[in-house]
Design a protein around this ligand. Structure first.
Ligand code: 4AD
Ligand code: MG
Length: 430
């Protein structure tokens, strides 16, 4: 019976065949232990000299790391392994012998591992991280489908720059200038006026010269947008969404979280509602904490965000930032011109901002004056302004950065491990 490692629980006591790679191995004169992986998981294969043909034991003793093979064995319960099962091997058929696999069980430097990312992905921690990334994506679709959202795909090649013109990847679109999308938001606003509640999931690009553990050049964003939804209702959708995703990972990725050594008690507390503080309160809080340099009007850096997040065991919304710090499209607060109806969601444990969102300007005149202030009077925004001409309504949305969310849930030190092939300031390879 041919099966996979994640299905062996259905075959206890039976002999099965699994196509696998040798991740690691240990042996003595009488017994060999093979750490086998097949993509679905990891299992230990036990080869007992006295119980198998001479050549099977010989193969087990000499097989090299990452050699591919068909393994035949009897599935046994094993309480000590994370999977709960092991394989009493009966035969080993090598498919392809791997010679001198570069990533050995010893420690390697980060640059070496990044140069071998195409192979590093096979390692246990990387495998677990990709499985959790996949679960976050799966739970995202489940959440928004259950809440009545329609998935809409905005374009990647655009003429507009929603998040400011300094970080654009410019390219030629035949004779025209074009950019790789920084955010699908403007298009999602058009889609919300057609379909009500929409969400997108796609790659976005920022030519940011930042070399931090939270910045990628290419990252994936989930961007919901909702017609007739105002500022506070938008926050409720965000806290319910993030809670749903975290609880789904806890439920469906137990082995992966254990592989990563993640403290799950911290994740278990992630349930809506999340605390909210205003930018004004955050500034006062930081001053009280001894951040003497910070002034009203300054943006927060990573140390500020971490200091604020440390006071909470859940993500915290920082709301009502100064208008001057935020993009052109945000709705001003009704009682104050100098702040906007926006919120950043800051993850706990120092993982930083995972969501940026806001209510959008729905008044045509106000939008036009904001575009002017930001030097964006180009034809590229004509269609966007036009959305305010025909039955304009209050609407809100947000963008969740997938990689930062994966980093937080996995407890990864750096976003480069949360995407299969990271695009970093100095890295386009592999
Ligand atoms: O705060 P940002 O720039 O917001 C927008 O792009 C809005 N247009 C979204 C919307 O309202 N539809 O980006 C949203 C999130 C951030 O909170 C962060 O999680 C992530 O995207 N992000 C990055 N992740 C990795 N590397 C980068 N360089 C990132 N820049 C933003
Ligand atoms: Mg932001």
């Amino acid at each position: 019976m041919k099966t996979t490692i994640n299905q062996v629980y259905k075959h206890v006591g039976e002999e099965v065949t699994i196509g696998a790679w040798v991740a690691n191995k240990r042996s003595s004169g009488k017994i060999a232990f093979l750490q086998l992986r097949d993509g679905t998981g990891f299992i230990q294969g036990v080869v007992v000299k006295a119980e198998v043909a001479e050549e099977v034991f010989q193969t087990a003793k000499t097989v090299t790391q990452e050699t591919s093979l068909y393994v035949k064995g009897v599935v046994k319960k094993d309480e000590r392994s994370p999977l709960g099962f092991e394989l009493a091997v009966t035969s080993l058929d090598i498919i392809h012998e791997a010679k001198d696999y570069p990533i050995t069980p010893k420690e390697h430097g980060t640059e070496f591992l990044m140069d071998h990312r195409h192979l590093w992905l096979r390692s246990k921690r990387q495998h677990a991280t990709m499985k959790i990334r996949n679960e976050i994506i799966r739970a995202t679709y489940e959440f928004f489908n259950k809440e009545g959202f329609v998935k809409v795909d905005p374009p990647i090649l655009t003429g507009s720059a929603p998040e400011g013109t300094t970080e654009l990847f410019a390219t030629k679109y035949f004779d025209e200038d074009a950019y790789l999308s920084q955010s699908g938001q403007l298009y999602m606003e058009a889609a919300a006026m057609a379909l009500g509640k929409v969400f997108s999931f796609g790659p976005t690009f920022r030519a940011e010269k930042s070399k931090t553990k939270r910045h990628l050049i290419e990252f994936w964003m989930i961007e919901p947008e909702m017609a007739f939804v105002e500022f506070n209702e938008n926050l409720e959708v965000q806290e319910n969404y993030v809670s749903f995703v975290v609880q789904s990972v806890l439920e469906n990725c137990k082995i992966e979280l254990e592989t990563l050594g993640r403290d799950t008690s911290k994740l278990e507390q992630i349930k809506a509602p999340f605390p909210r503080i205003t930018y004004d309160e955050a500034i006062q809080f930081l001053k009280d904490k001894g951040f003497d340099d910070i002034e009203w009007g300054d943006d927060f850096g990573a140390p500020h965000e971490t200091a604020i997040a440390e006071s909470y065991d859940k993500p915290v919304f920082i709301t009502h930032y100064p208008t001057s710090l935020k993009p052109f499209y945000m709705q001003p607060a009704p009682d104050r011109e100098d702040v906007v109806l926006c919120a950043d969601l800051i993850a706990p444990e120092g993982y930083g901002e995972i969501i940026g969102g806001s209510e959008r300007i729905h008044d045509l005149e106000l939008l036009e004056s904001r575009l002017k202030e930001h030097g964006l009077e180009s034809d590229a925004y004509k269609w966007y302004a036009e959305l305010r001409k025909y039955g304009s309504v209050p609407h809100s949305g947000f963008g969740l950065g997938l990689e930062r969310t994966v980093a937080w849930i996995c407890g990864s030190p750096h976003v480069r491990e949360t995407i299969p092939f990271p695009r970093l300031l100095n890295r386009l390879y592999p």
